[in-house]
Design a protein around this ligand. Structure first.
Ligand code: HEC
Length: 183
């Protein structure tokens, strides 16, 4: 066996030892979605390859959260939550907000999601890796808009996110009642 083959085999065996979560999830998240200074980026492939946790609809154009809200996470993060009842290190939650389309369909008065407007992102950090303004209460918090998805436009966790998430404090700041995939 060549050295390369031996290393490849060792890597495969390591992966097999962590099939769905654990070291693997955190390694991937803090390599691909968070840089060494704690800057969070918007994962690009959530709708293609992550799991859908659930949806909310705020059908009032004047409400602060008007729109269709679809929430996604990595498959391994959902499995870890179902196994342990807790969000594992490296879990990423994405809430995509899209506009509301509506029409009379053969099913009835239907509402569906239009173009993406913003993405809210939370990144679970159980190791307290970062302490900047976008990190607090065990999570990193970020907000991206459709016209500039590379820029986190959240001012800070305290100023932009915390107040609204207080009602979910008992469930690790996540509104888990909306996510049947976690049950
Ligand atoms: C106007 C109140 C409000 C603000 C501001 C807010 N959130 Fe939320 N967030 C909610 C509510 C309520 C839900 C679940 C229900 C819904 O989406 O209507 C939610 C859901 C989420 C979700 C899906 C997972 C979960 O917690 O249920 C993420 C991710 C999220 N928010 C991140 C953020 C981040 C990051 C910020 C700051 C940049 C932020 N939120 C600011 C109220 C808010």
């Amino acid at each position: 066996m060549t050295m390369t083959n031996a290393l490849g085999l060792a890597a495969l065996l390591t992966l097999a030892a962590f099939p769905v979560f654990g070291a693997d999830l955190a390694t991937t998240t803090f390599r691909d979605h968070v840089d060494s200074e704690g800057n969070i980026s918007l994962p690009a492939d959530a709708r293609d390859s992550w799991v859908h946790l659930g949806s909310w609809v705020v059908d009032d154009a004047d409400a602060p959260g008007a729109g269709f809200h679809d929430v996604y996470t990595q498959p391994g993060a959902a499995q870890a939550y179902r196994d342990t009842g807790e969000f594992a290190d490296g879990t990423v939650l994405i809430k995509e907000i899209r506009g509301i389309e509506s029409a009379e369909m053969t099913t009835g008065p239907a509402l569906w999601a239009g173009e993406p407007q913003v993405w809210f992102v939370m990144v679970k950090d159980t190791q307290e890796r970062f302490d900047g303004p976008h990190w607090g209460n065990g999570w990193g918090w970020a907000l991206f808009k459709a016209d500039a998805p590379d820029v986190n436009v959240s001012e800070s966790f305290e100023n932009t996110c915390k107040g609204c998430h207080v009602p979910a404090q008992q469930t690790d700041w996540v509104f888990v009642e909306g996510y049947p995939t976690l049950e």
